[in-house]
Each structure stands twice: as structure tokens, then as C-alpha cells.
Design a protein around this ligand. Structure first.
Ligand SMILES: [Zn+2]
Length: 159
């Protein structure tokens, strides 16, 4: 099974292996490139453009991750405190029974509060963050490599 490649710029649509972005993003790039050429007379670099998109998405993703993490933590605390409220209703219960009741109560509260969905969202956001981090590192390597190329004098032999 081959993994489908996602567009680096939008992260949503598929791209072909020989391109870094999807067709839609390429159209957007093309339009911005045209505007830029009119304004500054210089062409935009696709690498730079994609890098900026990746950086924006990365920031966005980090915010989402933080928000989701906060909701997750709040829910965990809520579940914990609600489960303890009136948990025995003043009656004496055996520890084992108490534990089991608590476990079930917590699970119910967790599900009602959307805990499973939050957990799934967190995992996905973490995965995407890791992917983008990798992509950003790749860009850094690329720009390092290209600046090295530029600084090397092609007429000089390395001997
Ligand atoms: Zn795209």
C-alpha cells in the first residue's frame, strides 16, 4: 500500500509525488506570483512560498494543539471531581465495589464530555505537528544547501 501524499502548502489535498503542492495551491501560488511580479518585478520562489505556508500551518496547528490539550485537561479534572461527587451517597461500600463504580462513572462522564473525540484529535494534531516539523527541517536543509551552492565559486576547482 502506498501512502497518499498530502500537499505541503494546505496539508489537505493530494499531490503527485513529483510536486510539492496540490493543483489548487499551485494555482494560488501562480496568482500570487503574478501579483508579486507586477508589484516588485521579481518572481516568487515556490520553495519560499511553500515554506511560508508550512510555517503558518505549523503555528496554527500549535494553537489548535494547545487549545485541545487545555480542553482535554479540563475534562479530565471535571471527570475526576464529578465522579467523586455523591459517589457513595453516604452509604458504606466495599472498596472494590467503590472502585468499580468510580471506573464506570468516570468512563461515562469521559464519553459524555467528548473525551474520546478529544483524545483522537490530540493524537492527530500531534502526528501532523511531527510531520510539519519534519517538512520544516527539510526546508532548512534545502535552503542551507542552496546557499552553499551560491557561495561556491563555480570557476574554482576544489583541488
Ligand atoms: Zn494544497
Amino acid at each position: 500500500m502506498t501512502a497518499k501524499l498530502k500537499c505541503l502548502a494546505c496539508g489537505k489535498l493530494e499531490r503527485s509525488p513529483e510536486h510539492r503542492v496540490c493543483e489548487l495551491c499551485f494555482k494560488i501560488f501562480h496568482k500570487e506570483d503574478g501579483k508579486n511580479q507586477v508589484l516588485t518585478g521579481k518572481p516568487l520562489s515556490l520553495s519560499e512560498w511553500v515554506k511560508e505556508r508550512v510555517k503558518e500551518r505549523f503555528k496554527d496547528l500549535q494553537n489548535q494543539l494547545q487549545e485541545t490539550q487545555e480542553k482535554y485537561d479540563v475534562l479530565q479534572k471535571e471527570v475526576q471531581s464529578k465522579a467523586f461527587q455523591n459517589s457513595t451517597e453516604g452509604k458504606y461500600v466495599e472498596q472494590r465495589e467503590f472502585n468499580e463504580t468510580m471506573r464506570q462513572k468516570k468512563r461515562k462522564l469521559w464519553q459524555e464530555g467528548g473525551g474520546n473525540r478529544l483524545h483522537w484529535q490530540l493524537k492527530n494534531l500531534e502526528k501532523e505537528t511531527t510531520l510539519l516539523e519534519g517538512a520544516l527541517e527539510g526546508f532548512e536543509e534545502l535552503s542551507k544547501a542552496s546557499s552553499q551552492e551560491k557561495s561556491q565559486n563555480p570557476n574554482q576547482s576544489s583541488n
